[in-house]
Design a protein around this ligand. Sequence first.
Ligand SMILES: [Zn+2]
Length: 141
Amino acid sequence: MRHIDLIVIHCSATRCDQNFSVTALIRWHEEKFGFTGYHYYITRDGKIYQTRHENLVGAHAKGYNRHSLGICYEGGLDEQGKSADTRTPMQKQALLTLLRRLKKEHPDAEILGHRDLPNVHKDCPCFDARSEYQCLKLFND
Ligand SMILES: [Zn+2]
């Protein structure tokens, strides 16, 4: 088993008024990496797709892939293509459900957004994941 001490949240950096299905995500990543880099993908309807086995190293956070899991939500850009927290209520609920489960399985994993990692110069995931999911610590402490 891989030891997971980091859970990194991402957005697909696609517009909130455009459909970016799990199939499209898989196709994009397979062209780019030869496999799907995220472990989970959450579409706007709140569906959670496991896109990579947790035991396999992903490709989503340079320098941190070996000991982390990557979760991506569909969206992250507004209608004008600008960075925005476009999560639907269903996506927020799904993220919370998934993170609660993952925290139980990997109790010492820290949850943060891609942009919270050092030397990341993008807005991904376009919201403050670290403070939003701070509360999940309480489940294990
Ligand atoms: Zn990212």
